[in-house]
Design a protein around this ligand. Sequence first.
Ligand code: FAD
Length: 415
Amino acid sequence: MQKYSIFSLARNALSHHQHWSRAWRSPAPRPQYDVIIVGGGGHGLATAYYLAKEHNLSNIAVLEKNGLGSGNTGRNTTIVRSNYLWDESALLYEQSLKLWEGLSQELNYNQMFSRRGVLNLGHNLHDMRAIHRRVNANQLNGIDAEVVDAQWIKQFVPILNTDNARYPVLGASWQPRGGVARHDAVAWGLARAADALGVDIIQNCEVTGIRRKDGQVIGVETTQGYIKSKKVAVVVAGHASMLADMAGLRLPIASHPLQALVSEPLKPILHTVVMSNAVHGYISQSDKGELVIGAGIDAYTGYSQRGSFHVIEGNIAAIVELFPLFSRVRMLRQWAGTVDICPDACPIISKTPLKGLYFNCGWGTGGFKATLGSGWTFAHTVAKDEPHPLNAPFNLERFTTGQLIDEHGAAGVAH
Ligand SMILES: Cc1cc2nc3c(=O)[nH]c(=O)nc-3n(C[C@H](O)[C@H](O)[C@H](O)COP(=O)(O)OP(=O)(O)OC[C@H]3O[C@@H](n4cnc5c(N)ncnc54)[C@H](O)[C@@H]3O)c2cc1C
């Protein structure tokens, strides 16, 4: 793998940047792989990377129907944190946060991971009670979390309207190690590193069928032909139900549009991430200067990547209430992704009743932060054919046993 550094930049500048090698190859699919990963988003690429790096497998393909990161990975608002309520999720997200911390160096690819802290605002006594409970639980799990009051917030983010509002800000939970990362760089950095370890990344290759024989998966039909494999790991976010259907399974997943929008670039004005569940909006400022704003899900199910206007209208009203000085900022772009939501707002990282078929989905509105922990535990599950202790609770059986992990409160986005 070509090393990126100030020296390689200078060397390549001398030859007018004509000799950079491609970040990853574009091979034709082989007839057979040890593992096929369906979905070239961050989670699929992280799975491939950790399978190759930690489990010494190299005959792996990632099949992506469009371009890498063209799904939710390239459409999200990039908030990274680990302050979830229940032990099961807090430990999984915390493992992910730890992996984020060294990722740029490990991949030799700048993830622009910026630990600028995340504030989750409380606007009423019930919010504050829930925040105290969650912060206590976080601290017991060794996660950096504290409760801060309105005065602290006013000093830290003076442009935030804490008192003169329909729902005044009473306090917040504060996670200093949280922040944001560059979504495209996550997909591209992981793809480049996986490719260097021998993984075939095949774009514009849609999986259209899953072949099985005697309760075992044997391969996938694709738009580039049939490919054999006794292990197929599906990581397609909002399209998980469709892939499950190809294997004769039903998943407890509902796919909804989730919208986001960015403003025109501004000079640095907001140096942290602010989220509010009660009035409903979350906001940060990108390194380019754009305000990056996220909404709640559109209530209807569907695969549209646009979303309805009334949702962003309400979202912007909330942001303007919190930050009155943004009321005249112009918005540049709006879009949506298709998020995959489980009844308990927690993911599925699991084996399935079909031998050799694995599903990783249900990350809904909050899976970007989990990209690395998800790939790391899923790689273990696929390689060893058994879950890692961190993802064991996120099995498919929980929807029949009732051992749900209800994270609706800490999800940060209303479902
Ligand atoms: C607007 C928005 C804001 C968000 N904000 C945040 C946030 O701030 N923080 C956070 O943690 N999370 C956030 N999320 C959630 C996060 O983006 C996702 O949970 C995460 O990116 C999912 O990654 P993935 O790799 O599983 O899915 P994706 O990136 O969607 O990748 C799945 C891939 O599978 C491919 N695929 C689908 N069907 C097939 C097929 N048949 N054959 C081959 N390939 C197929 C798709 O093309 C896609 O590229 C947000 C999501 C959205 C939409």
